[in-house]
Write a new protein. Structure first.
Length: 245
């Protein structure tokens, strides 16, 4: 009787151990601290808003841990030629690859093994004084051009032009904000969670050639017609760049 009892005990014990061994990897993964992995597409798009730099980059975030992660901010730290630095804030993302408009980027949660894959638009954060200055310029240029179109329409193939003093002001505003000079750039992708805690960081490099910088700079000539101010640009407003590292 004791032999039978012992045999049943060991049978149950061995079965329990086998079950524990089989589920242990899943339990370990479940209770493993959340960890964010960053991947990126091999090309990205750079442009600007009246000179102020912008960058559109497709990012893939994966929580390779078990516990959920809360992503609150995605920003870029940009360094040119290891000296000049500026920051770009992740403001919006494309819900679908072919979406026409960016949706506001708000905090989101990634569960264990969950992936988030979208194109994010990164822009400079303007102080209120700069915003106010730009809105005044935009308003003056828009009102004057619209008035010309209505009361003194230009000849076919030509465009209405802003006032000379406004052209000078918007051109100066452009030059003060333009940062896409030719050079070697290092970009750090910085992802933050609650309370500004850094969750992950990943860097890449790219080269901006003089011809590419000149092309971006040439968009200043369109400002006098209102393009890039209150009108949609009349040409492709940016450049696709390859990641070099």
């Amino acid at each position: 009787m004791a032999m039978i009892s012992d045999l049943q005990f060991w049978t149950v014990f061995i079965s329990g151990c086998a079950l524990l061994v089989s589920v242990f990897p899943h339990l370990k993964a479940r209770f493993k601290k959340g960890k964010l992995k960053i991947d990126k597409y091999r090309t990205f798009f750079i442009t600007h808003r009246v000179g102020s730099p912008s960058l559109n980059l497709h990012l893939i975030f994966k929580n390779v841990g078990g516990a959920p992660l809360s992503v609150h901010e995605v920003n870029l730290e940009v360094t040119k030629d290891k000296v000049d630095k500026f920051n770009l804030i992740g403001n919006g993302y494309l819900i679908e690859p072919n979406a026409q408009y960016f949706t506001i980027l708000t905090p989101f949660e990634l569960k264990g093994s969950e992936t988030w894959s979208h194109t994010i638009s990164f822009n400079e954060l303007w102080k209120r004084k700069k915003q106010h200055k730009y809105r005044e310029l935009e308003s003056r240029i828009r009102d004057h051009i619209q008035g010309q179109v209505r009361f003194n329409p230009p000849e076919p193939g030509e465009f209405a032009v802003a006032k000379t003093e406004d052209i000078i002001s918007i051109s100066k505003f452009f030059e003060e904000n333009f940062l896409w000079e030719s050079g070697e750039y290092e970009v750090a992708i910085v992802v933050k969670g609650e309370d500004g805690k850094e969750l992950a960081r990943e860097s890449f490099m790219f080269t901006l050639f003089e011809s590419e910088s000149d092309e971006l700079l040439s968009y200043k000539e369109d400002l006098k017609f209102g393009f890039g101010v209150h009108l949609v640009p009349n040409r492709i407003h940016g450049i696709n760049i390859d990641v070099t590292q």
